[in-house]
Every structure is written in C-alpha cells, then in structure tokens.
Design a protein around this ligand. Structure first.
Ligand code: GLU
Length: 305
C-alpha cells in the first residue's frame, strides 16, 4: 500500500525553498492580510483514509474553488440546460477578462471564469431564491462541518473593490444572460468566494468528485456518474486559469484553484487532494501548491494519465 503520509512529509520538506516564491493576491485588500509562507496539504481516499501535513486545520479564503460547488449545485438543479447560457471551452484569457464576453455575445466560455460563475449564481437564484445561504449549507453538508462560514470582511472588501466584477455582471445583464439584478448576483457571488475552509475540509467536501458523484462516508449521491465525469473534464480543461495546459502537463489531475492560494484536485477512483499556500504564480495559481501537487503525482506515480 502506498505510504501517503510519508510522501506528504517528504513534500513538506522539499517544498520549503519554494514558499517565498510568488505573490499573495492583493487586489482584494483583505486577502493580503494572510501569512504568506504557510503550507498545508490533505489527501482523502475514497476508502476513508486521510493524510495531512502543515497547517491543514487553518482556514483560508476558498475564492474560486467555490465555483466547483456552485457548478455542482447548478448541475443538480438544471443539469444540461446550463449549457444554453455558458460554454465549456478553455478561455485562453484571464479569469476576469471582459473582451471575450463582448465578441461572444455575453456567453461565458466556461463555468470557472468569473463571468461563468456569475451566470451559475443567477441560475441558483432562479431555482432557490437564496443563492448565498443555500451554497453555504451545501458546502457544510459536503464537508460534514456546521461551523464553516463566510468571511464577511473578505466579502465586503471584494464588494468595495471588485469593479471589474461589477462591470462584468452589468455586461452579462446587457446581453440578457442574467435574470436577476446584477447587484444581487454579485452579493451572493462575493459571499461564495469568501467562504473559509481548511485543506482537510476542502478535500472532504470534494471527495464525491473522485467517487462517481457519491459522497463516500454518508453514501449520499450528489451527482450522477455522468455529471461527475463532466465536472472533472471541466476542471482538467478550465480549472486552473490561463495555465491549464501547463498544470495538466505538470500535475496530470483535474483541479480547481483559487486566488486565496488553494487548489483542490481529484484522482477519480482513488482520492481528492487539497493544497494551500497563498503566494501565487503569475497566472494566479498557488506557486508552492502547484509544485507540491507535481511532486505528489511524480512520487506516487498516480495521475489520470
Ligand atoms: N473573488 C475572486 C474574483 O472574483 C475570485 C477569483 C479567483 O479565485 O479566481 O476576482
């Protein structure tokens, strides 16, 4: 049997020289308050075993990793109808780009760029009337932790400074691709991004993606096997910003990253793995986190390829 714990401890040592590389996201001022050189990594196997190193109990801002959970909710609610309003191709541009949205008539390239996530939030609002609390409750259920919460200071900080997201929501509305008031959609979206979790909780919450849609320990079907395949495919092709090719080349796992420095990845049939280190590379992925995942798939010889 693979010695996951020993491998994680090796990675924790080998990663140390990289912890000072890259920069913490500061365009949301509250995010810049994080301790920059911290590292955590958690592996959850579908057979119930789990392994951790570093600051795996310390919560951080999940930011765009929330897009994984909002997409899951939207697929549960409307399934394939989603794709009338959102594409499923890599964008080849920045996660907050407006240009592409203009010449593609307000249809976001995929659900993992900001424009796509705003449309997803709008879909959840149409179905449930409350896109803020319902997403939080869903994540609490998936992670089996009732005290997971929004970080209201991060949500407020982004609401005050996220001018590009404000522009994007209004832009989507001008193309009739939002049914609700842009301010209402943005408020829910900023709260989703502000949710604070640790690597242990995120790996647990995402485990159904490695188990054909069933959350193993509660035996609860979250998605069908077909839907789970689709989300993993989108993670592989669109989940790590505009360096998704390089990430797949180096790591070889479907993954979703966030500007808080977290990355949640899966190996279907085996495990979920979450890593956190706040300094980002120039494409917005955790610098040390990407390196740690690369070391992990190299050392374990496990990847989807
Ligand atoms: N709340 C962030 C934004 O919309 C999320 C960015 C990210 O993690 O990719 O800019």
């Amino acid at each position: 049997m693979l010695e996951y714990q020993a491998i994680l401890e090796e990675i924790e040592k080998e990663i140390k020289p990289y912890l000072g590389e890259g920069r913490v996201a500061s365009y949301i001022p509250e995010l810049a308050r994080v301790e920059p050189n911290i590292f955590a990594m958690s592996v959850m196997c579908i057979d119930g075993r789990s392994f951790h190193v570093g600051a795996y109990e310390k919560r951080f801002s999940i930011q765009s990793i929330s897009k994984l959970f909002t997409l899951t909710m939207a697929m549960r609610l409307v399934d394939e109808a989603l794709w009338k309003r959102i594409g499923k191709e890599p964008s080849g541009s920045a996660f907050n780009s407006l240009v592409q949205l203009e010449y593609e008539n307000g249809i976001p390239r995929n659900p993992f760029i900001n424009a796509g996530a705003l449309v997803i939030t709008d879909v959840i609002l149409s179905q449930l009337q409350d896109a803020q609390q319902s997403v939080l409750e869903f994540i609490r259920t998936l992670a089996n932790k009732d005290d997971i919460n929004f970080d209201f200071s991060v949500a407020k900080s982004e609401a005050q400074t996220g001018f590009r997201n404000h522009a994007m929501a209004n832009f989507l509305k001008s193309f009739n691709n939002l049914n609700h008031d842009p301010a209402r959609v943005l408020n829910a979206y900023f709260h989703h991004c502000s949710i604070a979790m640790n690597t242990q909780e995120l790996a647990k919450a995402g485990l159904f993606l490695a188990h054909k849609g069933i959350q193993p320990w509660i035996d609860m079907p979250i998605l069908s096997a077909r839907q789970t395949k689709r989300i993993n495919a989108l993670m592989l092709t669109c989940g790590t910003y505009d360096s998704v090719g390089d990430f797949a080349y180096r790591v070889g796992l479907p993954a979703k990253s966030g500007v808080g420095g977290g990355i949640l990845a899966t190996l279907p049939g085996k495990f979920s793995v979450c890593v956190w280190s706040p300094r980002l590379n120039d494409k917005g992925n955790s610098y040390a986190g990407t390196k740690a995942l690369e070391l992990f798939t190299t050392k374990t010889k496990l990847s989807i390829f």
